[in-house]
Design a protein around this ligand. Structure first.
Ligand code: CO8
Length: 256
């Protein structure tokens, strides 16, 4: 597939994909979702890739769904656009790779929703977060009504969605929406440190941990603990797990 909106690079097991429509603040149109869907197929098939980073070009991470595209939609088109976006963002959430959002600027509406579908959010001090859909007579359509409350609590989700207020990176950190705030010029360095830290662990155990934590969030405690036991025990069948334990006992670094 020819990519017009996504730019990507892979080096040392870390993939960086950049949303690049800077003239429209990287607003998400239908082409973006087709490209991201295809990109995920490609990146998930590359065994050398251990971590995925998503960022934006210019002064926005992503300033939301493309309002110029949405203005022409009726009910069926609105439903299709929302469903398509939700499906692709669910894929990011369920991707076996850990996914880090490097939030370089505005993360509004669908942009905040994209960041929330990632496993971690590191933000530049210049970043701004919000769900401003109310300003357009809309509600969020890429699952912010669900992910925002799960990440930041009911009160913060109701506040951000019903007021449409935009908040600073420091406030996003305070409510647990982001894990770290950095000086703008240090954002990628800090994100790469996190990526390398995780990429140094056994990728199978990383993928299983992500799956159990995320699936467990939607389950009753006993059922989720049973899932943990089942997935924990399966790891004993893998050479990488034997290597991890042997390396500890032999006082050396594991060779995954
Ligand atoms: N969609 C389309 N174009 C956009 C968007 C967007 N979301 N955001 C910015 N742009 C365009 C502007 O129209 C402008 O284009 P032009 O140069 O042709 O006039 C260009 O980007 C630059 O933007 P500004 O001149 O506004 O730049 P500023 O620096 O003054 O402001 C802001 C930057 C604050 C980011 C401002 O552009 C803004 O408020 N953008 C809109 C933010 C917004 O409302 N986002 C939510 C969109 S709705 C949404 O995301 C719903 C998701 C679920 C959809 C479900 C499917 C149905």
């Amino acid at each position: 597939m020819e990519y017009r909106i996504l730019k990507s690079e892979v080096s040392d097991g870390i993939a960086i994909v950049t949303v690049s429509r800077p003239a429209a603040m990287n607003a998400l149109n239908s082409d973006f979702f087709d490209e991201m869907d295809n990109f995920l197929d490609e990146i998930e098939s590359k065994t050398e890739v251990k971590v995925l980073i998503i960022t934006g070009e210019g002064k926005a991470f992503v300033a939301g769904a493309d309002i110029a595209e949405m203005v022409h939609m009726g009910i069926p088109e609105g439903f299709a656009f929302s469903s398509k976006g939700q499906r692709v963002f669910d894929r990011i959430e369920q991707c076996p790779l850990p996914v880090i959002a490097a939030v370089n600027g505005y993360a509004l509406g669908g942009g905040c929703e994209l960041a929330m579908a990632c496993d971690f959010r590191f933000a530049s001090k210049l970043a701004k977060f919000g769900q401003p859909e109310m300003n357009l007579g809309l509600i969020p359509g890429y699952a912010a009504t669900q992910r925002l409350s799960r990440l930041t609590g009911l009160g913060n989700a109701l506040y951000l969605i019903l007021t449409a207020d935009t908040i600073s990176a420091d406030d996003a950190l305070r409510i647990g929406l982001v894990q770290k705030v950095t000086e703008p010029e240090l954002l990628m360095e800090e994100v790469m440190k996190l990526a390398r830290r995780i990429a140094g662990n056994g990728s199978q155990a990383v993928a299983v941990a992500k799956k159990v934590i995320r699936r467990g969030m939607t389950m009753e405690f006993g059922e989720a603990s049973a899932l943990e036991s089942s997935e924990f025990s399966k790891l004993f069948g893998l050479p990488a797990t034997k290597e991890g334990m042997k390396a500890f006992l032999e006082k050396r670094k594991p060779e995954w």
